[in-house]
Design a protein around this ligand. Structure first.
Ligand SMILES: *Cc1c(COP(=O)(O)O)cnc(C)c1O
Length: 368
């Protein structure tokens, strides 16, 4: 007979989870904070989304629509999708958790890339499954290595494209090759959180791939597009996945104001374009400026860049120098890249200030 535990015991895997460390938001007293640590919009939210939240404030005594119908209709219109195949969540985090809960259990494995988004290991362990971490090549996901890591126990493969925190992406031909190499019973979770910011012509957010297969789900978020505070994300997938996820999700999992804000933001394609244009311009400017100071930057398609310093001490010193001026960027210890800092693309003056400060932290003699 086994001993009865003396207190409630979490399921296997839960206590192995390293707690998620969000972007810091502390600066020295009296210094104005410029947050470049969480990939938020530097141009605020769509004015239409703000107006929608104001309007929603007059109705908060009622439950929201349980299926986020208006929002799914808006997304369907904007992206050319059937609303029935969309599920909304409180952030794409909600969606990712639900997918892990539905498709992973004890003894199962989830395959993910070495510097992939931090949430995938958390939800895998949260479902009592095992993490299979696959090495990258030059800070980019490696399709052959990912496929080689699949075992009979694999149930999910997670890929963020473009990836956070590296900013690198796989062209659609590579994503398709990855999908073709997976057994049909493995769910391919394609996290296109930064799709709106991509300018590369050989990229696709994955809608055609979802339509052409039975095991691909595309996950999206509004967080990087100006309404992180409202917590809205969504997925587009095959009917059978949508059905399974809908059975388990919270019946009112997206708030009234969140649905209203996201629907307005989705329809405000001019604001989305404005964000994308601002981002593309300052992303290339920041990349070039850092590289000309001998700071390595993997080519980014997101709304941030990863700056790679000579060593951990230089990265730490650069972080502190930026923070002293109120410029808060993201340290990368949690991702196993302690010699790097992730810098969100912000306003022009803040990008110029970052470069000015980082001039002192390049690696002399390094080649880019
Ligand atoms: C920010 C981010 C998300 C989303 O987050 P939510 O705010 O929960 O919608 C998802 N995936 C990646 C890769 C991200 O960087």
């Amino acid at each position: 007979m086994t001993d009865t535990p003396k207190r409630p015991v979490p399921q296997p895997g839960i206590l192995k989870i390293a707690p998620y460390v969000p972007g810091r938001s502390d600066t020295p007293a009296g210094v104005k904070l410029v947050k470049l640590s969480a990939n938020e919009s530097p141009l605020g939210a769509s004015p239409r989304a703000i107006e929608a939240v104001r309007e929603a404030a007059g109705r908060i005594e009622i439950y929201p629509d349980g299926s986020s119908r208006e929002l799914r209709v808006a997304l369907g219109e904007v992206h050319g999708l059937a609303p029935e195949r969309i599920v909304c969540g409180f952030g794409s985090d909600d969606i990712l958790h639900l997918l892990a809960q539905v498709y992973l259990g004890e003894g199962d494995e989830a395959v993910m890339s070495q510097y992939g988004f931090n949430v995938y290991p958390i939800i895998t362990r949260g479902a009592s499954a095992e993490i299979i971490m696959v090495p990258e090549t030059d800070y980019r996901a490696d399709v052959d290595a990912l496929l080689a890591a699949v075992t009979p126990r694999t149930r999910i493969l997670f890929l963020a494209n473009p990836n956070n925190p590296t900013g690198t992406y796989l062209p659609i031909a590579e994503v398709e090759r990855l999908q073709r190499g997976l057994r049909p019973d493995i769910l391919f979770v394609l996290d296109s959180a930064y799709a709106e910011y991509v300018t590369a012509e050989d990229y696709s957010e994955g809608i055609d791939l979802v339509n052409a297969s039975d095991n691909v789900v595309m996950v999206r978020t509004f967080s990087k597009m100006g309404i992180a505070g409202e917590r809205v994300g969504w997925m587009y997938g095959p009917d059978h996945v949508v059905d399974a996820v809908n059975r388990i999700r919270g019946p009112f999992n997206v708030s009234l104001s969140g649905q209203a804000a996201a629907a307005a933001a989705a329809r405000d394609v001019a604001f989305t374009a404005k964000l994308r244009d601002h981002n593309a311009r300052w992303r290339s400017w920041l990349t070039a400026a850092l590289q000309s100071n001998a700071i390595r930057v993997p080519p980014s398609q997101g709304n941030f860049v990863l700056a790679l310093f000579e060593d951990v001490a230089t990265a730490k010193a650069a972080f502190a120098a930026l923070r002293d001026k109120g410029l808060l960027v993201r340290e990368m210890h949690g991702y196993g890249i302690p010699d790097a800092l992730r810098i969100s693309i912000g306003l022009e003056e803040h990008m110029r200030a970052v470069v000015e400060i980082l001039k002192a932290f390049g690696a002399p003699g390094a080649s880019n």
